[in-house]
Design a protein around this ligand. Structure first.
Ligand code: PLP
Length: 419
């Protein structure tokens, strides 16, 4: 989707200066836009007794961004030791952290339980035996199987590696109760980049339904229902935006009904990543080569290691060319990086204004699962990250990787096993 009017009007007039000061390529994020989305989310759920968003750290794991979320009263959803470290650096402790892992190692569980712990969100019934110290409060990730179909990124729940199956879910909570767990939550995550708000309402409905059944059968009470992340953003100009208000209305109604029937309302938790920051970031690159063979290629100074989604998921990211054009001429091009992989393309057969070497291109909606999915194939280095502050200042919030960073893992003590 074209970037928000407010971000466009603050960023575009200053983009040439920003690019020449910091150098391309870079992701640049909009502090005002992120804050605004945080407020919208909180307002949407204001009639829920207790609502809390645990920002999915993997979407944009930068301390300056996490601080914005923290100031809004949000917690963090973590799935690795380094994400725990990042969240704790910001000050998050205990119930501010949801540790949702899958295929979790003993080392990860230890980290999740250290330094004030976290809410453990268990992905399998077998983990009850493996968690070093089972805390008094846990949740399970529920996989409803063929009771629900997923969408393309998460896939069919029957084939998804996540969660406790419907057949196991009663035993899972029974076993947890028998082992001394006294506080319970439930979690699911069935969608990714889902633009239909009804899907999230149905997810909440499904969870409240299973909660009632579990409470009746096991004589336990659920403190929270975590509907996961997966709210979509309109990457394509023709996509309609996710209807947050309608989703919140539908879910609030379900929670109120649950309260009338059961005498209390569990807390509603969410772990959105993409929806919070996705639309508030862009990747700015410079065109460096133009090549006309069977197709016309515009080579830019970043590659798939800065933004993997197009290569990995065939994802669409809208692109704008910066500045006044000499003509209104449009041409069809592939916008490409420099990897030795033919899927290293930011756009395929896209209609764009005629691009010349030196032009700045703004690749949009890179604020989530953008820089964080970066990698180092072909020895390519990840770019810097900038934050466009509300006060109009532009701040470097992560430097670009250097060759020294890349070679650091080759600096180690000699270790040879003779067998
Ligand atoms: C990835 C992930 C999220 C965030 O997903 P978005 O699509 O960015 O909202 C939340 N929870 C879990 C468990 C995840 O794996």
């Amino acid at each position: 989707m074209p970037i928000s009017e407010s971000y466009r009007s603050s960023l575009y007039p200053r983009l040439s200066r920003i690019a020449s000061h910091f150098g391309t390529p870079f992701h640049i994020y909009d502090e005002a836009g992120i804050k605004n989305t945080c407020l919208e989310l909180k307002n949407a759920f204001s009639e829920i007794d207790e609502f809390k968003e645990f920002f999915a750290v993997k979407a944009l794991p930068n301390p300056e961004i996490l601080k914005i979320m923290w100031d809004q009263g949000f917690g963090f959803d973590c799935s690795s030791i380094t994400e725990l470290v990042l969240s704790r650096e910001i000050g998050a402790r205990g119930e501010d952290i949801m540790f949702t892992s899958n295929n979790t190692s003993a080392e990860e569980f230890q980290a999740a339980e250290a330094e004030g712990g976290s809410i453990l969100n268990l992905d399998d019934i077998s983990l009850l035996e493996k968690v070093p110290h089972l805390p008094e409060r846990i949740s399970f990730r529920y996989n409803p199987g063929d009771r629900r179909s997923g969408n393309s990124i998460i896939g069919n729940p029957l084939e998804a590696k996540y969660g406790v199956s419907h057949e196991q879910i009663f035993d899972a909570y029974r076993l947890a109760k028998n082992r001394g767990v006294s506080r319970f939550g439930i979690h699911t995550m069935l969608a990714s980049n889902e633009l239909n708000h009804e899907y999230m309402v149905q997810t909440a409905d499904m969870l409240l339904d299973i909660v009632e059944k579990l409470e009746a059968e096991l004589d336990i009470r659920f403190e929270f229902v975590n509907i996961g992340g997966g709210l979509g953003i309109p990457y394509r100009p023709e996509d309609s935006p996710f209807n947050l208000e309608a989703m919140a209305k539908g879910i609030t109604l379900l929670f109120q009904r649950f309260k009338e029937k059961n005498g209390y309302m569990p807390a509603l938790y969410m772990e959105s990543g993409r929806y919070m920051t996705g639309p508030h970031g862009v990747l700015v690159v410079r065109a460096i080569n133009r090549k006309a063979i069977y197709r016309t290629y515009i080579g830019v100074d970043a590659c798939m290691t800065s933004l993997m989604r197009p290569g990995m998921y065939d994802a669409y990211h809208h692109i704008e060319v910066h500045g006044e054009r000499n003509s209104n001429k449009i041409e069809v091009v592939d916008v490409v990086g420099s990897l030795c992989e033919n899927n290293d393309k930011f756009a395929v057969q896209r209609e764009l204004p005629v691009i010349e070497d030196g032009d700045l291109l703004i690749i949009q909606d890179t604020g989530a699962h953008g820089h964080s999915m970066g990698f180092n194939y072909n020895g390519k280095l990840r770019p810097k990250e900038l934050l466009f502050r509300e006060n109009g200042k532009v701040e470097l919030i992560r430097r670009a990787e250097t060759a020294e960073d890349y070679f650091r893992t080759l600096d180690f003590d000699k270790n040879v096993l003779s067998i």
